[in-house]
Design a protein around this ligand. Structure first.
Ligand code: ADP
Ligand code: MG
Length: 355
């Protein structure tokens, strides 16, 4: 088990003007599973490869526990990486693929056979040891790649988009397998994904990156309740963003009227009001935080109904569980309540650094 620290890590590839990773600092307590999340090209794989020792940072440091590993080569790092494309050796059997690293490290044949057998059990591939990769399904190849990483008994496990090339059914199975193994071995794990649901389901903490910069690093629920930038909020499915002015600690002036808010945020002055569509209440009249709106449209979205409501000339989206009785009709005027506990504010641009 290893505590990992990335300190002000940056990477600019040779012969490029762009900086692929910009001043990223992440602290990963021992034994946790952390997701590097972000859209394509945001610097996730580059960050993971720096952790693995496959790419040298342009600046910044990486620590595994107390050891500065920034300049330690990959093979001496106690970190194993599973690549997005698996990269299995096609001419070797499953057992040979998994045991290759041990063979290189001059382990005895008997020891290799024993450890390979144990690891193949762990990834549910017992019985497949003599097959070649071309005779395996995508999910099985993925598990061979995972076994090959685990057989070295790494302190740090690095996975690049481990589920992206699997179909939905296999993805659920593989997700469970990875989580169970991670917990069982207690290996500090970092995995890359562009899928926010996947990150939320699997990770203890998420590091969200845009354009090479880390926007927010926190536990998954915080990305819904306390996003620290407009991009973060949008990435996690928020839709209501309204220019507002924070007059006092607990008072927000908005086009829907003055609203009381409870949120702790360092932001002052011009901000963006936001509230998730499922937290706004319809047909509830309170002495405060209540505006009058008109239902403009209603859309059935499977598990919930999405209402578009106009307050003055401000459109707001509100979701109601489709399982609840619905007494609202298009064209109807009704009170709309914004509970103070769920009001959140965002900077107009950039991100708040204390996430
Ligand atoms: P992600 O994994 O989030 O999709 P990457 O880390 O692969 O992002 O890429 C981040 C940025 O670095 C992108 O702009 C990409 O084009 C660039 N990049 C990645 N690998 C290289 C490379 N070997 N040489 C030059 N630029 C690269
Ligand atoms: Mg990538």
């Amino acid at each position: 088990m290893t505590h990992i620290e990335l300190k002000h890590l940056s990477k600019q590839y040779d012969d490029t003007d762009e900086i692929a990773v910009k001043d990223v600092s992440i602290d990963i307590p021992s034994g946790l599973i952390v997701s590097l999340l972000g859209p394509s090209g945001s610097g996730k794989t580059t960050t993971l490869k720096m952790l693995a020792g496959l790419i040298t940072p342009s600046s910044g440091r990486i620590f595994f526990g107390k050891n500065d590993v920034t300049n330690i080569p990959a093979e001496k790092r106690q970190a194993s990486m599973v690549f997005q494309s698996y990269q299995l050796y096609p001419n070797m059997t499953v057992a040979q693929n998994v045991g290759f690293g041990l063979k290189m490290r001059k382990f005895k044949k008997k020891e290799i056979r024993k450890r390979v057998g144990e690891i193949l059990d762990l990834v549910h591939l017992d019985g497949f040891s003599e097959r070649r990769p071309s005779k395996l399904s995508g999910g099985q190849q993925q598990r061979v790649a995972l076994a090959r990483a685990l057989v070295n008994d790494p302190e740090v496990l690095l996975l690049d988009e481990p589920l992206s090339s699997l179909d939905a059914h296999l993805r659920v199975e593989m997700r469970r397998l990875i989580m169970n193994i991670q917990r069982e071995l207690g290996v500090t794990t970092v995995f890359v994904t562009h899928d926010q649901n996947e990150a939320v389901l699997m990770a203890d903490r998420i590091a969200l990156m845009f354009d090479g910069s880390l926007h927010q690093y926190s536990e998954p629920s915080k990305f819904y309740s306390h996003p620290n930038s407009l991009e973060t909020a949008k990435f996690f499915g928020s839709v209501n963003f309204i220019p507002a002015h924070r007059e006092e600690d607990k008072l927000l002036v908005t086009p829907m009227g003055q609203l009381l808010m409870e949120a702790k945020s360092p932001l002052r002055g011009d901000v963006l009001f936001t509230m998730r569509p499922e937290q706004i209440e319809l047909g509830v009249q309170m002495p405060h935080n209540t505006a009058t709106g008109i239902i403009q449209s209603m859309t059935f979205v499977g598990a919930y109904l999405s209402y578009r409501i106009i307050i003055g000339d401000i459109p707001i989206e509100v979701h109601r569980s489709a399982g609840l009785p619905q007494n609202f009709k298009v064209g109807q005027s009704l009170p709309v309540y914004f509970p103070p506990d769920y009001i959140w504010i965002l900077p107009e641009s950039g991100h708040v650094s204390s996430g």
